[in-house]
Design a protein around this ligand. Structure first.
Ligand SMILES: Nc1ccccc1C(=O)C[C@H](N)C(=O)O
Ligand SMILES: [Zn+2]
Ligand SMILES: [Zn+2]
Length: 209
């Protein structure tokens, strides 16, 4: 019997909300199946931070690893989805009840329904909460909002807390249909040379068949 699977990735389509001023998702057809051409091929243009994506350390750290240089083990394995719907800034005290035998990956659900339009007040996480998770061995922090830090942050306190602990980041996932609990996460970044992030197809699978 196969393991149940949940897709936690938004569909990438023209009009998908992206960071203000960033590159919108666009695609065009390079070749069509016609006139002797046997294939359809497309061209896509998008920000490295489109939809469900993994930040590389080089996105927020100087002389830090690019997405093609990061170790992949953080992006596949046991994870815990913590339901914090309605939270605007995740604080340590909201996590303490969920730390018992916590896996190395944590995904935070802050939305009941992920907005279809850009939310400039999107939920984020405090640096103190990142430090608490790191102290409990967490290696990847995921969130259903576009960033760990507030949109207007210039200090990126949560990202630099992640940097301090060498943790991995997964942002822009969709947890609308996901109940709190433990799952297997698979969310591997593409091997873009020198880039600061990579879109991913993020999925959860049940830990038992
Ligand atoms: N596209 C951007 C353009 C400029 C500044 C930030 C972004 C982001 O997407 C935020 C990123 N995901 C982050 O968590 O820092
Ligand atoms: Zn990002
Ligand atoms: Zn980020």
């Amino acid at each position: 019997m196969s393991k149940k699977m949940w897709d936690i990735s938004p569909t990438l389509h023209p009009g998908l909300p992206v960071w203000p001023g960033d590159t919108p998702y666009q695609s065009e057809t390079t070749w069509e199946i016609a006139n002797g051409c046997p294939v359809k091929v497309s061209k896509i243009s998008m920000s490295s931070h489109t939809g469900a994506h993994c930040d590389a350390p080089s996105h927020y750290g100087v002389n830090a690893k690019a997405i093609d240089e990061v170790a992949l083990d953080a992006y596949i394995g046991a994870c815990r989805v913590i339901d914090l719907q309605g939270t605007r800034v995740v604080q340590p005290e909201q996590l303490t009840a969920h730390l018992n035998q916590i896996p190395a990956r944590v995904l935070l659900r802050t939305y009941t329904t992920t907005p279809q339009q850009w939310d400039d007040q999107f939920p984020c996480i405090s640096a103190a909460a990142i430090h608490l998770l790191a102290e409990h061995g967490v290696q990847l922090i995921g969130i259903d909002s576009p960033s760990l830090d507030p949109q207007d942050s210039k200090t990126l306190d949560a990202h630099h807390a992640v940097e301090k602990h060498g943790m991995a980041i997964l942002e822009g996932i969709v947890l609308d249909e996901i109940s709190a609990g433990d799952y297997e996460l698979i969310a591997l970044p593409l091997k873009f040379a020198g880039l600061d992030a990579s879109p991913v197809r993020a999925i959860l699978r049940s830990l038992i068949a």
